[in-house]
Design a binder for this molecule. Sequence first.
Ligand SMILES: Cc1cc2nc3c(=O)[nH]c(=O)nc-3n(C[C@H](O)[C@H](O)[C@H](O)COP(=O)(O)OP(=O)(O)OC[C@H]3O[C@@H](n4cnc5c(N)ncnc54)[C@H](O)[C@@H]3O)c2cc1C
Length: 310
Amino acid sequence: MYDMIIVGGGPAACAAAVYALDKQLRILVIAEDVGGKVGLPRSQNGQQALAWKVGEEAARLFEYASVQHHDLVLRSRVVEVEKLGDHFAVTTQQNDVRTSATVLIATGVTPVSVDVPGARQWLGYGLGYSPTTYARALHDKQVVVIGATQRALRGAAELARTAAQVYVMVPNENVAAPALLAHLRECANVSVLVGYRLAEFVGQQHIERVGIARGDETASLGADAVFADLGLIPHTEMVRHIAALDLEGFIVVNAQHETSVTGLFAAGDCTTTFSEQVTVALGDGTRAAISAYDYLLARAPTHARAHGAE
Ligand SMILES: Cc1cc2nc3c(=O)[nH]c(=O)nc-3n(C[C@H](O)[C@H](O)[C@H](O)COP(=O)(O)OP(=O)(O)OC[C@H]3O[C@@H](n4cnc5c(N)ncnc54)[C@H](O)[C@@H]3O)c2cc1C
């Protein structure tokens, strides 16, 4: 039985693992990959912001630690986490079951992809899912932002500070941040397009234009970059039946990164914490690991007895 099983291999998980190793806890990291989003090929993660490099460094540190500690990482997908009395059983897709006193979920999210033929091939070649990542590289450019989420509108406002032209496409007026949309309408370099859908990407090596449509009406916009923020899908299926999730499926956590289940902690993008950022995930992962360690310390005598330490 482990002290802590960490599910995920991104910045939140790596930070948690580094903390737990420093505390000499018996841990297992179960992840499909090490690095998470910061380990993606450059064509998919785009501009290398400083925060990104900090995340890469955390992943590198963790990989270094995993060479020193035999059997630290199990490369697999977790399909279920069960609470069995005072401990947890974690099941992988190969039906490998591992038990642990605590579990820390740091499984991230997947952005909802654009539903346009060939969208995948343009990823990293003008199409992105994170306007905030690229904003500083789009001075004097023409940019299209698609989506009515708070992140999409915030990203558009960030781009509007320096881009030549920002087109903001929202399906209707029912947006997540009406004040931000009102602000965007006031910006001279922003056009808000309501009710249009993206129809096609046009370009050679890189996106140059996009076709948009509303009913029978069509138009073509010059575009150096297109960002779609149509929402995020959290990877939380494995705890759906035991932990409280919000309406969109994010794991509800408090300031200590405790979930609704005693002994179960969560960190990073898959939680209700504000802002999906590498540096936030690193801090979240550390805080969640500290909380899990506090929990283990409080039950240490019982735990030690259970393992025959007396
Ligand atoms: C295109 C893009 C650009 C971005 N640019 C920036 C930027 O410039 N600056 C910035 O600060 N942030 C940026 N972000 C956000 C940043 O990548 C995330 O906030 C950060 O990676 C979150 O870390 P995480 O550990 O919570 O999740 P992730 O990095 O998503 O890692 C999740 C991990 O969990 C694993 N996993 C998932 N499900 C399971 C399962 N069932 N079993 C086992 N393992 C599982 C995954 O394989 C992965 O290893 C960007 C995000 C995207 C998508």
